[in-house]
Design a binder for this molecule. Structure first.
Ligand code: NAP
Length: 343
């Protein structure tokens, strides 16, 4: 078994990591960290646990550690990070320098030139950027990122359409409250309401998508030259980001071409990889967050409402933001790291 830890294990994403790692066939969770306020408590005491399953017994009595290289046992093979990005920015490089491999959700360094930003089914080859990173930074460890939750919802569908020559993407999101973290949006802000602004989210969708869809040359990632414009909205659903996507391609495509391309999206032989990756609905009112966010155990992307527009095609897509969009995404990157011999 590979020994793993979770950094920021008491938050919205950290709890999902703990839930997904319970009974994992390859990874054994033995290290849990959070802020200094939680250190010394058992996980059961420290975790806010707002999920629909009980705190796993295997970890409930583990003592929380501080998030610091000195507090983590040297024989921990892989660390999953669910830290706030300002904390990740400070701590993750120290951990990598100390020799740990970190598979991280936090937004810091996602678009850095020598940091692999990976969705395994889309750009697994970008993982080899670790060689460049180790050369440049002198690390024995490594830092690998997964994209933002709204980006990861749409990019598997964009990757499938790139065979037609992706040129322009416009996307409008309807994002669940759990995407803002455990204490991110108050009930007074979001009940009976929609907030048409999520700080920094639009820029993340625009940049991360182009890096993910870019080509790894062996030395760097040449970003895709499609233009991506995003408009991000917070809505009062609990989990599951729904997105309305408008795409223009060099070749003209029909809705049937789009559905077939989605159905051909690749799947991988890794424990958390869904099959199919993209589930296509014919009924125009699907997908919906409450009905469809758990497809593929929360790791699949659902798509529907495919139709022609005057300039191309439009469709809706949906993914579970704390599973495929966060903890599940890092976990799948961890499985890829293990499979490719990086641990
Ligand atoms: P969260 O609910 O606020 O949880 C934050 C976690 O970090 C908690 O475990 C907290 O521990 C810990 N922490 C806070 N300050 C710390 C410090 N100074 N040192 C060490 N640990 C500290 O946030 P979240 O929603 O889980 O998000 C975590 C990360 O994932 C963020 O970078 C976020 O942008 C990213 N992300 C989130 C989502 C999503 O859907 N929520 C999706 C994609 C990416 P205590 O309990 O001890 O305070």
């Amino acid at each position: 078994m590979t020994t793993v830890g979770v950094l920021g294990a008491t938050g919205a994403v950290g709890q999902r990591f703990v839930q997904l790692l319970d009974g994992h066939p390859e990874f054994e969770l033995s290290v849990l960290t959070a802020s200094a306020q939680s250190a010394g408590e058992t996980y059961r005491e420290a975790a806010k646990w707002g999920l629909d399953t009980p705190v796993p017994e295997a970890v409930a009595d583990i003592t929380m550690r501080e998030t610091d290289p000195d507090a983590i046992p040297d024989d921990t093979d892989l660390l999953f990070s669910a830290l706030p990005s300002d904390v990740g920015e400070r701590v993750e490089p120290d951990l990598c320098e100390a020799g740990f491999v970190v598979s991280s959700n936090s937004s810091n360094e996602r678009v850095a030139d020598d940091v692999p930003l990976v969705i395994p089914e889309v750009n697994a080859d970008h993982l080899d950027l670790i060689e460049v990173q180790r050369d440049e930074r002198g690390w024995d460890g490594a830092l690998v990122k997964n994209p933002n939750c709204s980006t990861i919802t749409m990019v598997p569908t964009l990757a499938a359409l790139d065979e037609f020559g992706l040129e322009r993407v416009h996307v409008s999101t309807l994002q669940a409250v759990s995407g803002a973290g455990y204490s991110g949006v108050t009930s007074m802000e979001i009940l009976d309401n929609v907030v048409p602004h999520i700080g920094g989210e639009e820029a993340k969708m625009e940049t991360e998508s182009r890096k993910l869809l870019g080509e790894f040359t062996g030395a760097e990632v040449a970003w895709h030259d499609a233009t991506v414009s995003a408009s991000c909205n917070r809505v009062p659903t609990l989990d599951g980001h729904l997105e309305n996507v408008f795409v223009e391609t060099a070749e003209s495509v029909t809705p049937a071409d789009v559905a077939e391309a989605f159905e051909r999206a690749p799947t991988l032989d890794l424990p958390s990889a869904p099959d199919p990756l993209v589930e296509v609905f014919e009924r125009p009112e699907r997908p919906q967050p409450r009905l469809d966010r758990m497809l593929g155990d929360g790791m699949a992307v659902a798509a529907g409402g495919i139709q022609e527009t005057e300039t191309g095609v439009q469709y809706n897509c949906l993914a579970h933001n704390t599973i495929r969009g966060a903890a599940g995404a890092s976990l799948l990157n961890g499985e890829l790291l293990a499979d490719r011999g990086w641990l």
